[in-house]
Write a protein that binds this ligand. Structure first.
Ligand SMILES: Cc1ncc(COP(=O)(O)O)c(C=O)c1O
Length: 222
């Protein structure tokens, strides 16, 4: 039995519906990072996937991926059938996926970190700064992307309908990538204890991650 919603009330937060807690967490992340909008999902990997799915609808993306990163990033590119070139970059804190506005910012979570005109993907995995266990978010100033993400992250459910059975039409094929209110409540409680400035979760790419370029043998089969 999860107790975080009760703990959140005991800590002085008021809300009516558990879904309100999702929006409270998103506002808190946006305020902390300086991003105009924050959208929570269930991992950084899925944050990256959704951002790429959005941008690949309208642009011919030229993608790169550092050789030194976490496995799920090149695997996501592969699963989306997006060709990419490996790079040798020894990135610190975050890196950009090729010519897109999408950043993998999994190892950075600190105040004022948002960079204008980017879509920064965060991780709340247990080894990162905000240790929810599993979770992520997208920081963006792109209103259309934000609206699309809010719709597709939870099975195409429009937030104005609760319960979902009242929604008459589903206009987008959604993904089951939502972060549940209990995890958002935990995120809020943990953020209240987070310092203003946090060091990155890895010093740099070379010391933090092995070279993946010769290890993903399935890539040469495609
Ligand atoms: C650099 C980097 N990118 C992406 C990820 C994936 O994050 P998540 O586990 O939240 O999907 C990680 C997680 O270890 C990471 O270190």
């Amino acid at each position: 039995m999860r107790t975080e919603l009760d703990e959140l009330r005991s800590a002085g937060y008021n809300f009516e519906h558990p879904f309100d807690v999702i929006h409270m967490f998103e506002r808190k992340i946006a305020n902390y990072t300086g991003a105009p909008m924050a959208i929570v999902v269930d991992s950084c990997t899925h944050a990256i996937e959704l951002c790429l799915r959005y941008h690949m609808k309208t642009s011919n993306l030229k993608l790169t991926c550092p050789k030194h990163t976490y496995l799920s990033v090149p695997m996501t590119l592969h699963n989306l059938s997006l060709p990419f070139k490996w790079t040798d970059e020894n990135w610190i804190g975050h890196y950009k996926l090729g010519d897109t506005s999408v950043y993998d910012s999994a190892v950075r979570f600190t105040s004022g970190m948002y960079i204008d005109s980017t879509d920064m993907c965060l991780s709340f995995q247990y080894q990162k700064q905000l240790k929810i266990g599993k979770g992520g978010a997208i920081l963006t100033d792109n209103t259309q992307l934000c609206d699309w993400l809010k719709l597709v992250r939870h099975d195409g459910r429009n937030e104005i309908y609760s319960p979902w059975v009242d929604q008459p039409k589903f206009t987008e094929p959604g993904f089951h990538y939502n972060l549940i209110p209990e995890d958002c409540a935990l995120g809020i409680l943990l953020m209240d204890k987070l310092p203003k400035h946090n060091p990155d979760a890895k010093e740099n790419a070379y010391t933090g991650y092995p070279d993946l370029s010769n290890r993903l043998t399935f890539l040469s089969k495609s």
